[in-house]
Design a protein around this ligand. Structure first.
Ligand code: NI
Length: 488
């Protein structure tokens, strides 16, 4: 399968600053079976992704940027270490700015390009963490893929570039040998294309579970563009000769990953049984024919601020509906379980937040079912609702939602909390726009939004409204049917 097409399907793209090569290969739209959503795809070996829940015991927060038009979804981790956090944020912000600049040059008659940036864990230990910054930009005609590894030591607040991990000269020689042994797969492979120092320009430097060194390049950097992203693997025996001491730590963090605080992989807590929540105190029986019902909904989590939000909802005995991203559930499984255990409704917001109207049916199916599966496994719930990212739906999205057993839930009150990032404006918008049967949209990945929730609840209760879950508001959800409020 065309590796770029495969990557579109999985929506596991990586992103990197292209140091010499600004052009990207035009790609055809993918129609073949997409790969799993949680795998990196390239022409060559890719690093295995670790369970991001390995980081659950350290204070990882999330920075995010979301806009609807142009569609931008970017989320990246922060570790409370000034140098590491600055390096990670700078990397993502540079890509967001670059995409905006490209958008300014494009034909105003065309749909705006979609930008999606996320991250994956590839190494974890008390002395080294590795992530792949991962992303795509889709302008409707072609897809730009980027990836870049970031390696850092939390204990010393140190970020390592490629030269800090390996001896560049020795690695270049080892890469040339390894490349010469794989020309059958990539006939056009030519390391000299990228310049005198391919190791410095490589956007991915990682390890296989066996300890081999994987060096990766963007499309067009070291081979013909149609070869897609290319990786070259240096066997462990040769890799061991070129690693510097921090590189050895990165290798160990890949081969024997551990919680960065030193514990072993957290053991999976058995999920709450489906059906009745364990202590679902927030949900009450309400007759919405009599009561002025409204539904408060939260998108893009669970995340670092969701636990605080759960406290507010518990204190005020307010049921809500959470539309979760599969990749966030994987990173914050305990929080996802706690949401369900508190009696809130849990729905699907896709795995990685793509604009579904740009995807093939098979790709949509993968986005929905992977998220349903992770919610069943980690939170013990079987969702019946889909909130499509950006509210983007069409007949194909509704048909795939129907097949997956999901009703499509939009909203009629947009607090624009993602745009204002203002607690007072978020409260004001919710209170001003809400009517009987409203579905209110808030995002629990912004701390300003979470802080708005007590004010929203008290102001709307004072106006006589009763908070219910989406299913309580609309009645039994019909798969494939689209709802914007309780009256549709
Ligand atoms: Ni969203």
């Amino acid at each position: 399968m065309n590796p770029i097409a495969a990557r579109i399907g999985g929506f596991i793209v990586a992103l990197a600053l292209l140091s010499g090569c600004a052009t990207q290969s035009p790609t055809t739209r993918a129609t073949s079976t997409p790969p799993p959503v949680d795998a990196l795809v390239a022409n060559g070996e890719t690093p295995a992704l670790l369970d991001p829940a390995l980081l659950e015991n350290i204070p990882v927060t999330v920075k995010s940027e979301t806009t609807y038009s142009p569609p931008v979804f970017a989320v990246w981790p922060q570790f409370g270490k000034p140098k590491i956090d600055a390096a990670i944020s700078a990397y993502y912000r540079q890509h967001i700015a670059k995409s905006a600049d490209q958008g300014a040059d494009s034909d105003p008659g065309k749909a705006p390009a979609e930008l999606n940036l996320d991250w994956h864990l590839i190494g974890s230990s008390p002395s080294m963490i590795g992530i792949v910054a991962d992303g795509y930009r889709d302008n409707g005609e072609s897809l730009q893929l980027n990836w870049r590894t970031l390696w850092f030591d939390l204990s010393t607040d140190t970020v390592y570039d490629n030269a800090g991990l390996v001896d560049e000269t020795a690695t270049k020689a080892a890469l040339q040998v390894a490349a010469s042994q794989r020309v059958v797969q990539v006939p056009s492979l030519d390391l000299s294309k990228v310049g005198a120092n391919p190791v410095a320009d490589a956007s991915l430097l990682a390890f296989s579970p066996s300890g081999a060194l994987i060096v990766g390049f963007e499309a067009c950097q070291v081979a013909a563009c149609d070869a897609g992203r290319v990786t070259i693997t240096v066997a462990k025996a040769e890799a061991d000769k070129v690693l510097r001491e921090p590189g050895q730590r990165a290798q160990v963090a890949t081969q024997a990953p551990r919680d960065p605080v030193g514990a072993n992989l957290p053991t999976a807590t058995p999920p709450a049984p489906s059906g009745a929540p364990a202590n679902g105190s927030t949900r009450v029986n309400v007759n919405c024919k009599k009561a002025k019902c409204i539904a408060l909904t939260f998108d893009d989590g669970p995340g670092p601020y969701t636990t605080k939000l759960l406290g507010y909802l518990r204190q005020s005995q307010t049921p809500a509906t959470f539309f979760m991203l599969g990749q966030q559930v994987q990173s914050f499984p305990k929080v996802a379980r706690a949401v369900a255990a508190d009696g809130h409704e849990v729905g699907v917001h896709t795995w990685s937040h793509p604009q579904l109207t740009r995807l093939s049916p098979a790709q949509i199916d993968r986005q929905l079912n992977s998220t349903i599966n992770v919610l069943q496994a980690k939170a013990g719930v079987t969702p019946t609702l889909l909130r499509p990212p950006y509210g983007a739906t069409n007949a194909t999205v509704r048909a795939e939602a129907k097949k997956a057993g999901l009703a499509v839930i939009l909203w009629n009150v947009d607090t624009l909390d993602w745009k204002t990032l203002s607690t007072s404006k978020t409260i004001a918008a919710a209170v001003h726009d809400t009517r009987r049967n409203s579905i209110i949209l808030v995002h629990d990945i912004h701390p300003t939004s979470v802080e708005a929730v007590p004010g929203i609840i008290s102001a709307l209760r004072a106006k006589g409204y009763t908070f219910v879950t989406v299913t309580q508001l609309i009645g039994k959800p019909l798969p494939g049917k689209q709802y914007r409020s309780g009256k549709s």
